[in-house]
Each structure stands twice: as C-alpha cells, then as structure tokens.
Design a protein around this ligand. Structure first.
Ligand SMILES: [Zn+2]
Ligand SMILES: [Zn+2]
Length: 267
C-alpha cells in the first residue's frame, strides 16, 4: 500500500538537522509521494527545490494567511513563475486563520481572493487552510457564483454540515493528526461525511503529531497513524485500508497535474 502524505512542511527548519534521514525513513516507511506545501514565497521556493531533488516529493506554492500582511507587491508574479514549474502541483496553502489572526483580516481576505483568481487563471488546485473562519471562506466561495478552483480543505476543522457544503463545491477533504486525538468526536463525525475517494490524509508535519507519538516532532512517515484512524472511522480493515484516500492513490502521479495528481471532481 502506497501512502500519500498530501501536506507536509519538509522545508521547515525543524528538519534542517536530519532532512536526508527523514526522507530515507519516508522511502522505507512506504510513503510513495508527498506534497511539500509553501507558506510564503521563500518557503515555496524551498519546497520546489526539494521537489526537484527527490522524485517522490512534489511542491505547492502559495502565501499562508499568517503571512498575508508581508506578501510583497509582486507576489502574484513570483507565484506565477513557481506554478509554471512541473514539480508544483497545487497553489497553497492559502485561506483565512482567525484563530491566530497573525495578519489583519482584510489582508488575509485580499491575499486569499487574489490567489483563488490565480488558481483559476493557471488551472491549479488550491490547498485551503481555514481556522475559525469557515463562514467567511464559504461566503467568499459562494460569492464566486460557481466559478471555483478544484482543491482540498486541509487539516479540516469544519463541522459535518460544512463538510457537506465543501463536498458539494467539489473539494477534497483532508485530515491530519488531530483526528487521532482523544477529543476528536467532531472531526470524526465530519470525516464520516467524506466518501473515501474524496478523502486525503496528511501530517502537516512538523506540526500536529498524531497519537501515539504526541510530543515528538511530526514527520511524513507518521501519516500511517492518520490512515489507521481513518480506516477505523470509516469501518474498513485489512486490505480495505488501501481504499482510504483512494481518490489520491487511484491516480498515477506524474503526468496528472490536478489536485496533486487528483483529477478535478466532476459532477
Ligand atoms: Zn495549514
Ligand atoms: Zn500546513
């Protein structure tokens, strides 16, 4: 079974001391591919460099809501250059984060909206980071009148009801380590709404280490704990576990440029 860590930050400085060893553990641990996701221009460039170095690592380039206030005037031009690189499979992470509010909300909204426009222009899937802001993101997407990019709601914290709405809009839904936490009844209920061919798993490493390894730095190999939990939540066992994230694993990756190798949802 090939595992797909759909969202990690291998470029993070917490991997500086042992990045090569971490990548070796990924290969040994059955990680067939992963997407290294940018949070600003510099980290997006580091993700692209990693994707150019390792054949099973792909990159996403984008400006995170935390960094929205520091996006330079020419950031869209620079992102456009990165998105043209065939190793880049998505635009992200982008979105709104009202939990930390590290950028003024007006800047967050502007940078998210401009990047959605860029995703539509370049036909790239987006990776949404949304925290305590589902109402505003949903309102914004609705206001676009059906002209939406493909993409994924990463580290999903939405209610089951909101997940149903995102699914109707065609998005994939991804869960990270918090789905394994003891108080994860809400995320588990939300996850049950997601058909397996629209479900992704991720680590968001080095953050959000899953049970039973909490307290350690997270790394892509640990995505198997997220997979195991999703298999339990969705009631699939044995060989059936391979069907968790089947929308992702069912598609050969190089060659397919949509949502990290995931075709645009139709219907
Ligand atoms: Zn995020
Ligand atoms: Zn992330």
């Amino acid at each position: 079974m090939i595992l797909f860590d759909s969202h990690c930050h291998l470029d993070d400085e917490r991997f500086d001391a042992d990045r090569e060893e971490t990548v070796a553990r990924m290969r040994e641990g059955g990680i067939g591919r992963c997407v290294c996701v940018g949070s600003d221009l510099a980290s997006s460039e580091r993700c692209v460099a990693l994707a150019e170095k390792y054949d099973f690592i792909y990159a996403a380039a984008g400006v995170h809501p935390h960094e929205a206030k520091d996006a330079p005037a020419d950031y869209l031009e620079r992102l456009r250059v990165l998105l043209a690189n065939p190793r880049v499979r998505a635009l992200g992470e982008i979105g709104l984060d009202y939990y930390y509010d590290l950028s003024p909300r007006d800047a967050q909204k502007r940078v998210m909206s401009e990047q959605i426009d860029l995703a539509l222009e370049t036909d790239m899937p987006v990776i949404f980071h949304i925290r305590d802001a589902h109402g505003d993101v949903f309102g914004h997407l609705k206001s676009r009148g059906g002209r939406l990019p493909s993409g994924v709601i990463h580290c999903c914290s939405a209610s089951a009801e909101m997940v149903r709405e995102y699914l109707k809009m065609g998005f994939y839904i991804s869960f990270a380590g918090p789905i394994t936490f003891k108080n994860a009844a809400g995320p588990a209920a939300a996850s049950r709404e997601v058909p397996l061919d629209r479900l992704l798993i991720e680590t968001d490493s080095p953050y959000l280490t899953p049970v039973p390894l909490r307290g350690r730095r997270n790394e892509p190999t640990y995505v198997r704990y997220v997979l195991e939990k999703q298999a339990e939540i969705h009631g699939v066992d044995g060989a059936g576990r391979g069907t968790v994230q089947s929308g992702a694993t069912g598609n050969p990756l190089p060659g397919e440029r949509k949502a990290y190798g995931i075709p645009r949802h139709r219907g």
